[in-house]
Design a protein around this ligand. Structure first.
Ligand code: GAP
Length: 465
């Protein structure tokens, strides 16, 4: 049945499920929302937190060559001058002359099948634009009359610590990528811990970009959370570690149970200003294959620039060989919201269960599922069943995020849990009271089996690691 689900419909259905079941809300919704900003609701915050936990486990906990960091969102504005973001971090902007909508020019061209990207110069992209002007229509009003494309810087500015009215002269920036916090702390980490090259620093945190068009739900937002790893290597070892990290990151999604046919590699032809090689892992979102994660070889660009601008020595002295060099960087970078949307797209399915009945299921990996186990007393009006179910709920919630539900008939309770991706439901009935047996129901197969409490704990421990 799922194959029949049209991709457009699927995207709308996922958005609707997110709102209906408390995964994602528009920011400031009672004030009609705030463009390209979203809030994560009760189940959304669990899913996002599980994404971050598994990423941290794989990237830091299970590795001996990676340490963590949590740098502040605000940094000296000099960081962004040194990194090149003040000058180069921009997208091409055009304005519809009729309705004055501001639009991303490379996206407009891409939508009509013309290759363009944000790294082109104004002249390059405007040349392509004028050759294809007739094809491009304003998505807002349908007109075909635009201003020439012009680079628009994506850094978000603030007046932090500036108490004058002309703070825009010397703005402080909200970080546009989290990794700059890693570069500026690179020396602190080398000096204070026992890391030796090659080693990595991982970080999860908010980033901000003044995205021009951001109409793809949580795919592209102006405030988002990034999970980035910067792996410092000896110059010349870049290629070896780049290949290793590409494999590790692709396998990460396969381990999460993402369908392999929904993942592919895309090599950048036009490199962003800091990269010497770059690949994206693309995911087949309901609106097509798009960037999920970036794996970039950044060479010595970042440490080199920070040495130049700060005047501090960020070279590395190899304790074994006595060699001194500026480390090169291999980076992996992904947005939590991107994995969130890819996970929902991969997991969403509908099964026809009767003439007028459809079961909506999120077939999420148990690692990602917001609720791992739901516990139901068979009947709400039998205090002995409710008390036993509460007792089991109180025991299981020590280990996993669980939910107690005694509302409506059992069939409806199962459906509610299917829709949020809960892998296991437990029903507490008279057999539980008399024989200590619990009915365990599995989400995808809907198979039910009776189990003792002891076997149940062993079973869940194996399935929910
Ligand atoms: N430090 C490198 C860097 O930031 P990027 O390709 O600009 O590279 C890396 O971003 C990842 O961050 C993307 O692959 C995507 O997962 C996520 N990302 C970037 N911009 C985003 C946005 N506006 N909204 C949500 N996620 C975003």
């Amino acid at each position: 049945m799922d194959e029949k689900l049209k991709e457009d419909d699927k995207f709308l259905k996922i958005i609707s499920l997110c709102k209906r079941r408390g995964f994602v809300f528009s920011s400031s919704e009672i004030y009609d929302g705030f463009a390209a900003i979203y809030d994560y609701g009760p189940y959304g915050v669990e899913l996002a937190s599980n994404i971050k936990k598994i990423w941290w486990k794989e990237m830091v906990q299970l590795r001996e060559d990676v340490v963590g960091l949590d740098a502040a969102i605000f940094m000296s504005p000099k960081v962004w001058e040194a990194s090149g973001h003040v000058k180069n971090f921009s997208d091409p902007l055009t304005e519809c002359k009729k309705c004055h909508a501001r639009l991303r020019l490379d996206s407009l061209l891409e939508d009509v099948g013309v290759f363009a990207d944000e790294k082109m110069t104004d002249d390059e992209i405007n040349k392509i634009f004028s050759q294809n002007k007739d094809k491009v229509k304003c998505p807002n009003c349908g007109a075909s009359d635009f201003t020439p494309g012009k680079k628009f810087n994506l850094l978000v500015q603030s007046n932090l610590g500036n108490f004058t009215n002309d703070w825009e002269e010397n703005p402080v920036y909200l970080r546009g990528e989290t990794c700059q916090g890693i570069y500026v702390n690179y020396k602190n980490i080398v000096d204070s811990s026992r890391v030796k090259i090659p080693f990595g620093v991982a970080q999860i945190g908010k980033a901000f970009r003044n995205e021009i068009t951001a109409r793809q739900f949580i795919f592209r937002t102006r405030e988002f959370e990034q999970m980035e790893l910067q792996f410092f290597v000896k110059p010349g070892d870049d290629e070896k570690y780049f290949a290793q990290w590409k494999k590790i990151r692709f396998d990460f999604y396969l381990k999460l149970g993402f369908k392999e046919e929904n993942l592919r590699w895309h090599q950048h032809e036009n490199l962003v200003f800091y990269a010497t090689d770059a690949y994206d892992i693309e995911y087949n979102f309901p609106f097509g294959f798009k960037e999920l994660e970036g794996v970039h070889a950044r060479g010595e660009h970042d440490l080199g620039q920070h040495m130049k601008f700060s005047g501090k020595d960020l070279t590395y002295l190899d304790p074994k060989t006595g060699e001194r060099f500026t480390p090169h960087v291999v980076e992996t970078s992904v947005g939590v919201g991107r994995i969130f949307l890819a996970a929902l797209s991969d997991a969403y399915c509908e099964e026809k269960t009767g003439e007028d009945d459809t079961r909506i299921i999120l077939k999420l990996s148990p690692v990602l599922a917001p609720i791992k186990v739901a516990i139901f007393p068979l009947l709400k009006n039998r205090p002995e069943l409710v008390a036993k179910a509460k007792e089991i709920f109180d025991e299981l919630k020590k280990y996993w995020q669980c939910e107690f539900d005694d509302n409506g008939n059992i069939g409806k309770r199962y459906r509610r849990q299917d829709e949020i991706g809960t892998p296991y439901c437990l029903t507490i009935d008279f057999d539980t009271l008399e024989k200590g047996e619990i009915t365990l129901r599995e989400r995808d197969s809907m198979k039910q089996e009776k189990m003792s409490m002891e076997n149940l704990l062993n079973f869940l421990q194996k399935k929910l690691i």
